[in-house]
Design a protein around this ligand. Sequence first.
Ligand SMILES: Nc1ncnc2c1ncn2[C@@H]1O[C@H](COP(=O)(O)OP(=O)(O)OP(=O)(O)O)[C@@H](O)[C@H]1O
Ligand SMILES: [Mg+2]
Length: 234
Amino acid sequence: MLEVEKINTYYGLSHVLHDLSLSVGKGEAVAFLGRNGAGKSTTLKTIMGLLRPQSGKITMEDRDITESEAHTVALNGISWIPEDRQIFTNLTVFENLKISRFPIDGAKHLDDHLDWIFSLFPPLKDRITNKGNQLSGGEQQMLTMARGLGTEPKLMLVDEPTEGLMPAYIETIQEVLLEIQKKGIALLLVEQNFRMALSITSRVYMIEKGVIRWEGASSDLLEDRETRMRYLGV
Ligand SMILES: Nc1ncnc2c1ncn2[C@@H]1O[C@H](COP(=O)(O)OP(=O)(O)OP(=O)(O)O)[C@@H](O)[C@H]1O
Ligand SMILES: [Mg+2]
């Protein structure tokens, strides 16, 4: 479904992604692991159209999105959950969720969508009139993910969803990621918590200094301490 072929991405003169290729199948859950600064977020941003690769090709369901802007990529079925939780902090939870539905139907038919969102994230229901900046870190992460579901994606690019969260919230996020998969939504998941990532994905790519160094089954990497030590240090 998503095919990334030999992309090279730069920040100015700094060459960050080197002939990077990966793919995600329909409904597939794939982990994307690597040390700090390896290029994980850069890869997700390049797929999302927020950074332009200097060469290489990105297709979604055979449509070339290499040169597409982020809103076009979103309309092609990809949503991005950034690591820095880009919610509207001065708008309420309801307003944040409503905005996420504009690309679909102008937010005219919100009820069914909100029912689903609140079944995934019950705490958000109690917070519906609260502004983004009144939410805890865990609630903000839930809202970020809920917004990402607004465009009815076929693939979610999720960047470190459990970073800085309390264990109770980490469990919620993990459950939601599994629920999302049950709906047939594919995942490309960046996570420092490799055990969590491997337990909810079937396949994994390992990136080091902008190069994919290893790929295989998540279950194999769970058993393979040597490979984990080499590329993750854990
Ligand atoms: N806006 C930027 N301008 C210049 N260099 C950048 C920029 N953003 C990231 N980099 C550099 O690109 C490389 C890859 O960064 P990236 O954020 O993709 O790593 P990451 O794997 O997501 O790391 P982390 O686990 O810390 O989030 C790093 O060397 C980083 O310093
Ligand atoms: Mg990152």
